[in-house]
Ligand binder design. Structure first.
Ligand code: PMP
Length: 304
Protein backbone atom coordinates (compact mmCIF):
# COMPACT_ATOMS: atom_id res chain seq x y z
CA UNK A 1 0.00 0.00 0.00
CA UNK A 2 1.58 3.29 -1.05
CA UNK A 3 2.06 5.86 1.64
CA UNK A 4 0.20 9.18 1.33
CA UNK A 5 2.53 12.00 2.28
CA UNK A 6 1.55 14.80 4.65
CA UNK A 7 3.50 17.87 5.87
CA UNK A 8 5.09 17.05 9.21
CA UNK A 9 6.38 14.23 11.39
CA UNK A 10 7.04 14.60 15.11
CA UNK A 11 10.63 13.53 15.75
CA UNK A 12 12.35 13.62 19.13
CA UNK A 13 10.29 16.52 20.39
CA UNK A 14 9.95 18.68 17.27
CA UNK A 15 7.65 18.73 14.25
CA UNK A 16 9.91 18.39 11.21
CA UNK A 17 9.19 18.31 7.48
CA UNK A 18 8.07 14.88 6.25
CA UNK A 19 11.13 14.53 3.99
CA UNK A 20 13.52 15.62 6.75
CA UNK A 21 12.44 12.84 9.16
CA UNK A 22 15.42 10.59 8.39
CA UNK A 23 17.85 8.25 10.15
CA UNK A 24 21.39 6.96 9.54
CA UNK A 25 21.86 3.60 7.77
CA UNK A 26 23.59 2.30 10.91
CA UNK A 27 20.48 2.85 13.01
CA UNK A 28 20.33 -0.09 15.44
CA UNK A 29 16.63 -0.83 14.78
CA UNK A 30 17.27 -1.19 11.05
CA UNK A 31 19.70 -4.03 11.72
CA UNK A 32 18.11 -5.81 14.66
CA UNK A 33 14.44 -4.85 14.65
CA UNK A 34 14.86 -3.06 17.97
CA UNK A 35 11.88 -0.74 17.78
CA UNK A 36 8.46 -0.78 19.38
CA UNK A 37 5.46 0.84 17.78
CA UNK A 38 1.74 1.41 17.81
CA UNK A 39 -1.00 1.69 15.23
CA UNK A 40 -3.78 4.08 16.26
CA UNK A 41 -6.79 5.44 14.44
CA UNK A 42 -8.23 8.91 14.55
CA UNK A 43 -11.84 9.23 13.40
CA UNK A 44 -13.87 12.18 12.21
CA UNK A 45 -16.71 13.06 14.58
CA UNK A 46 -19.13 15.98 14.76
CA UNK A 47 -16.86 17.47 17.45
CA UNK A 48 -13.75 17.18 15.28
CA UNK A 49 -11.07 14.50 15.07
CA UNK A 50 -11.10 11.94 17.91
CA UNK A 51 -8.38 9.39 18.60
CA UNK A 52 -9.64 6.00 19.69
CA UNK A 53 -8.21 4.90 23.07
CA UNK A 54 -5.09 7.01 22.52
CA UNK A 55 -3.82 6.83 26.10
CA UNK A 56 -4.12 3.02 26.19
CA UNK A 57 -2.14 2.76 22.95
CA UNK A 58 0.64 4.96 24.32
CA UNK A 59 0.63 2.95 27.55
CA UNK A 60 1.04 -0.25 25.51
CA UNK A 61 3.91 1.42 23.63
CA UNK A 62 5.60 2.25 26.91
CA UNK A 63 5.04 -1.28 28.18
CA UNK A 64 6.46 -2.85 24.97
CA UNK A 65 9.50 -0.58 25.33
CA UNK A 66 9.94 -1.40 29.01
CA UNK A 67 9.93 -5.13 28.23
CA UNK A 68 12.88 -4.45 25.92
CA UNK A 69 14.58 -2.26 28.55
CA UNK A 70 13.92 0.80 26.45
CA UNK A 71 13.00 4.01 28.21
CA UNK A 72 10.81 5.96 25.80
CA UNK A 73 12.26 9.30 27.03
CA UNK A 74 8.88 11.05 27.04
CA UNK A 75 5.99 10.56 29.41
CA UNK A 76 2.70 9.02 28.30
CA UNK A 77 1.15 12.53 28.54
CA UNK A 78 3.92 14.00 26.35
CA UNK A 79 3.36 11.40 23.64
CA UNK A 80 -0.42 11.73 23.82
CA UNK A 81 0.13 15.43 23.15
CA UNK A 82 2.65 14.66 20.38
CA UNK A 83 0.01 12.53 18.63
CA UNK A 84 -2.57 15.32 18.88
CA UNK A 85 -0.05 17.90 17.62
CA UNK A 86 0.90 15.71 14.66
CA UNK A 87 -2.75 15.27 13.67
CA UNK A 88 -3.60 18.94 14.02
CA UNK A 89 -0.50 20.36 12.29
CA UNK A 90 -1.23 18.12 9.32
CA UNK A 91 -4.92 19.19 9.38
CA UNK A 92 -6.06 15.56 9.29
CA UNK A 93 -9.75 14.88 9.97
CA UNK A 94 -9.28 11.12 10.14
CA UNK A 95 -6.05 9.19 9.88
CA UNK A 96 -3.85 6.33 11.00
CA UNK A 97 -1.17 7.24 13.55
CA UNK A 98 2.15 5.47 13.88
CA UNK A 99 4.25 6.26 16.98
CA UNK A 100 7.55 4.42 17.19
CA UNK A 101 10.31 4.24 19.80
CA UNK A 102 13.51 2.74 18.45
CA UNK A 103 17.19 2.19 19.10
CA UNK A 104 19.02 4.73 17.00
CA UNK A 105 22.49 5.44 15.71
CA UNK A 106 25.62 5.20 17.82
CA UNK A 107 26.16 1.59 18.88
CA UNK A 108 26.02 -1.81 17.19
CA UNK A 109 25.82 -5.34 18.52
CA UNK A 110 23.07 -7.38 20.07
CA UNK A 111 23.02 -5.60 23.40
CA UNK A 112 20.87 -2.62 22.40
CA UNK A 113 21.24 -0.75 25.68
CA UNK A 114 24.23 1.43 24.62
CA UNK A 115 22.31 2.70 21.56
CA UNK A 116 20.33 5.93 21.95
CA UNK A 117 16.53 5.91 21.85
CA UNK A 118 14.64 7.91 19.23
CA UNK A 119 10.93 8.60 19.12
CA UNK A 120 8.73 9.53 16.17
CA UNK A 121 5.03 10.07 15.60
CA UNK A 122 3.75 9.98 12.02
CA UNK A 123 0.17 10.21 10.75
CA UNK A 124 -1.38 9.81 7.34
CA UNK A 125 -4.81 9.22 5.80
CA UNK A 126 -5.40 5.47 5.58
CA UNK A 127 -8.63 3.88 4.42
CA UNK A 128 -9.91 0.45 5.38
CA UNK A 129 -7.02 -2.00 5.67
CA UNK A 130 -8.66 -5.01 4.02
CA UNK A 131 -10.90 -2.95 1.70
CA UNK A 132 -14.43 -1.47 1.93
CA UNK A 133 -15.88 -4.65 0.48
CA UNK A 134 -14.28 -6.71 3.28
CA UNK A 135 -16.21 -4.82 5.96
CA UNK A 136 -19.57 -5.78 4.46
CA UNK A 137 -18.91 -9.00 2.59
CA UNK A 138 -16.15 -10.51 4.69
CA UNK A 139 -12.85 -12.08 3.72
CA UNK A 140 -11.49 -15.52 2.98
CA UNK A 141 -8.64 -16.48 5.30
CA UNK A 142 -6.26 -19.42 5.46
CA UNK A 143 -4.44 -21.06 8.34
CA UNK A 144 -0.75 -20.34 7.80
CA UNK A 145 2.02 -22.88 7.44
CA UNK A 146 4.05 -20.40 9.52
CA UNK A 147 3.60 -20.68 13.27
CA UNK A 148 3.06 -17.95 15.84
CA UNK A 149 6.24 -17.34 17.79
CA UNK A 150 6.19 -19.02 21.18
CA UNK A 151 5.76 -16.97 24.31
CA UNK A 152 9.43 -17.68 25.10
CA UNK A 153 10.83 -16.43 21.79
CA UNK A 154 10.24 -12.88 20.54
CA UNK A 155 7.06 -12.84 22.67
CA UNK A 156 3.87 -11.90 20.82
CA UNK A 157 2.85 -9.65 23.72
CA UNK A 158 5.58 -7.15 22.77
CA UNK A 159 4.64 -5.00 19.79
CA UNK A 160 8.18 -4.77 18.38
CA UNK A 161 9.32 -4.16 14.80
CA UNK A 162 11.31 -7.39 14.49
CA UNK A 163 8.24 -9.43 15.39
CA UNK A 164 6.51 -8.49 12.18
CA UNK A 165 8.84 -10.52 9.93
CA UNK A 166 6.78 -13.53 10.99
CA UNK A 167 3.53 -11.71 10.24
CA UNK A 168 4.90 -10.72 6.83
CA UNK A 169 5.81 -14.31 5.96
CA UNK A 170 2.30 -15.42 6.87
CA UNK A 171 0.58 -12.51 5.11
CA UNK A 172 2.49 -13.02 1.86
CA UNK A 173 1.79 -16.75 1.91
CA UNK A 174 -1.93 -16.11 2.51
CA UNK A 175 -2.14 -13.59 -0.33
CA UNK A 176 -0.26 -15.92 -2.69
CA UNK A 177 -2.80 -18.62 -1.85
CA UNK A 178 -5.66 -16.26 -2.69
CA UNK A 179 -6.64 -15.40 0.91
CA UNK A 180 -6.99 -11.89 2.28
CA UNK A 181 -5.40 -12.80 5.62
CA UNK A 182 -3.65 -15.59 7.51
CA UNK A 183 -4.54 -17.15 10.83
CA UNK A 184 -1.55 -18.23 12.87
CA UNK A 185 -1.53 -21.25 15.15
CA UNK A 186 1.08 -21.66 17.86
CA UNK A 187 3.42 -24.66 18.06
CA UNK A 188 0.77 -26.54 20.09
CA UNK A 189 -1.78 -26.05 17.34
CA UNK A 190 -3.79 -23.51 19.32
CA UNK A 191 -5.38 -20.69 17.32
CA UNK A 192 -3.67 -17.35 17.97
CA UNK A 193 -4.45 -14.41 15.71
CA UNK A 194 -4.16 -12.88 12.27
CA UNK A 195 -0.99 -11.13 11.09
CA UNK A 196 -2.22 -7.85 12.55
CA UNK A 197 -5.62 -8.71 14.02
CA UNK A 198 -7.16 -10.66 16.86
CA UNK A 199 -9.95 -13.13 16.16
CA UNK A 200 -13.30 -14.09 17.59
CA UNK A 201 -15.67 -16.92 16.78
CA UNK A 202 -19.37 -17.16 17.57
CA UNK A 203 -20.86 -20.53 18.49
CA UNK A 204 -24.47 -20.99 19.62
CA UNK A 205 -24.83 -17.31 20.38
CA UNK A 206 -21.67 -16.96 22.52
CA UNK A 207 -18.31 -15.40 21.66
CA UNK A 208 -14.89 -16.99 22.09
CA UNK A 209 -11.43 -15.50 21.60
CA UNK A 210 -7.96 -16.95 22.23
CA UNK A 211 -6.33 -16.04 25.56
CA UNK A 212 -3.12 -14.01 25.94
CA UNK A 213 -1.43 -17.13 27.33
CA UNK A 214 -1.64 -18.83 23.91
CA UNK A 215 0.55 -16.11 22.39
CA UNK A 216 -1.32 -13.12 21.03
CA UNK A 217 -0.97 -9.38 21.12
CA UNK A 218 -3.58 -8.17 23.60
CA UNK A 219 -5.44 -5.98 21.15
CA UNK A 220 -7.17 -2.81 22.19
CA UNK A 221 -9.92 -3.44 19.63
CA UNK A 222 -10.32 -6.96 21.08
CA UNK A 223 -10.68 -5.48 24.53
CA UNK A 224 -13.20 -2.89 23.30
CA UNK A 225 -15.32 -5.51 21.52
CA UNK A 226 -15.32 -7.79 24.57
CA UNK A 227 -16.67 -4.91 26.63
CA UNK A 228 -19.27 -3.91 24.03
CA UNK A 229 -20.37 -7.54 23.58
CA UNK A 230 -20.76 -8.06 27.34
CA UNK A 231 -22.66 -4.78 27.65
CA UNK A 232 -25.05 -6.10 25.02
CA UNK A 233 -25.54 -9.26 27.06
CA UNK A 234 -23.48 -11.70 25.00
CA UNK A 235 -21.33 -14.20 26.81
CA UNK A 236 -17.64 -13.78 25.94
CA UNK A 237 -15.01 -16.35 26.90
CA UNK A 238 -11.25 -16.18 26.46
CA UNK A 239 -10.13 -19.75 25.91
CA UNK A 240 -7.84 -21.87 23.76
CA UNK A 241 -9.28 -23.10 20.51
CA UNK A 242 -8.18 -25.45 17.78
CA UNK A 243 -8.36 -25.19 14.01
CA UNK A 244 -11.50 -27.30 13.58
CA UNK A 245 -13.42 -24.95 15.88
CA UNK A 246 -12.85 -22.27 13.25
CA UNK A 247 -14.28 -24.57 10.59
CA UNK A 248 -17.31 -25.23 12.79
CA UNK A 249 -17.95 -21.61 13.83
CA UNK A 250 -21.37 -20.06 13.24
CA UNK A 251 -19.68 -16.68 12.74
CA UNK A 252 -16.13 -15.46 12.82
CA UNK A 253 -14.45 -12.06 12.60
CA UNK A 254 -11.08 -10.36 12.92
CA UNK A 255 -10.44 -7.08 14.65
CA UNK A 256 -7.63 -4.59 14.98
CA UNK A 257 -6.89 -0.91 14.68
CA UNK A 258 -6.03 -1.10 10.98
CA UNK A 259 -8.56 -3.78 9.99
CA UNK A 260 -11.36 -2.56 12.34
CA UNK A 261 -14.07 -5.28 12.48
CA UNK A 262 -13.99 -7.63 9.49
CA UNK A 263 -16.25 -10.65 9.06
CA UNK A 264 -14.61 -13.86 7.89
CA UNK A 265 -16.55 -15.70 5.22
CA UNK A 266 -14.36 -18.79 4.94
CA UNK A 267 -11.38 -20.48 6.55
CA UNK A 268 -9.22 -22.80 4.39
CA UNK A 269 -12.11 -22.79 1.87
CA UNK A 270 -14.58 -24.05 4.51
CA UNK A 271 -17.55 -21.71 4.16
CA UNK A 272 -18.71 -19.76 7.20
CA UNK A 273 -20.96 -17.51 5.16
CA UNK A 274 -22.25 -13.96 5.04
CA UNK A 275 -21.78 -11.66 8.01
CA UNK A 276 -23.81 -13.11 10.89
CA UNK A 277 -26.13 -11.15 13.19
CA UNK A 278 -23.76 -10.93 16.17
CA UNK A 279 -20.82 -9.79 14.04
CA UNK A 280 -23.09 -7.20 12.43
CA UNK A 281 -24.37 -5.98 15.78
CA UNK A 282 -20.81 -5.51 17.11
CA UNK A 283 -19.49 -4.00 13.89
CA UNK A 284 -22.35 -1.47 13.77
CA UNK A 285 -21.80 -0.41 17.35
CA UNK A 286 -18.04 -0.22 16.80
CA UNK A 287 -18.37 2.19 13.86
CA UNK A 288 -21.07 4.22 15.53
CA UNK A 289 -18.87 4.47 18.64
CA UNK A 290 -15.70 5.64 16.85
CA UNK A 291 -17.80 8.28 15.10
CA UNK A 292 -18.83 9.60 18.52
CA UNK A 293 -22.42 8.37 18.41
CA UNK A 294 -22.36 6.05 21.43
CA UNK A 295 -22.44 8.06 24.68
CA UNK A 296 -21.64 4.94 26.74
CA UNK A 297 -18.18 4.73 25.16
CA UNK A 298 -17.45 8.45 24.85
CA UNK A 299 -14.52 8.12 27.27
CA UNK A 300 -12.66 6.02 24.68
CA UNK A 301 -12.51 8.99 22.30
CA UNK A 302 -9.72 11.47 22.92
CA UNK A 303 -10.38 14.71 21.08
CA UNK A 304 -7.57 16.40 19.21
N1 PMP B 1 -2.39 -8.80 16.79
C1 PMP B 1 -1.35 -8.28 16.13
C2 PMP B 1 -0.19 -9.16 15.80
C3 PMP B 1 -1.34 -6.93 15.75
O1 PMP B 1 -0.31 -6.42 15.09
C4 PMP B 1 -2.46 -6.13 16.05
C5 PMP B 1 -2.48 -4.69 15.64
N2 PMP B 1 -1.84 -3.86 16.58
C6 PMP B 1 -3.53 -6.71 16.75
C7 PMP B 1 -3.46 -8.04 17.10
C8 PMP B 1 -4.73 -5.91 17.14
O2 PMP B 1 -4.40 -4.97 18.13
P1 PMP B 1 -5.16 -3.59 18.26
O3 PMP B 1 -6.60 -3.88 18.32
O4 PMP B 1 -4.65 -3.01 19.54
O5 PMP B 1 -4.80 -2.78 17.07
Amino acid sequence: MSLPKVDKIWMDGALVDWDAAQVHVLTHALHYGSGVFEGIRCYETVDGPAVFRLTEHIQRLESSGAMLLMDMKYSVEDLVQAVKDTISVNKLASCYVRPMVFRGYGAMGLDPTPAPVNVIVAAWPWGTYLGEDALENGVAVGVSSWRQRGINATPPAIKASGQYLNSSLARVEANQNGYAEAILLNEDGKVCEGTGENIFIVKRGALYTPPVSDGILEGITRDSLMKIARDKGYEVTERSMVRTELYGADEMFMCGTAAEVVPIRSVDSREIGDMGPITRDLQETFFSMVEGKEPAYESWLERV
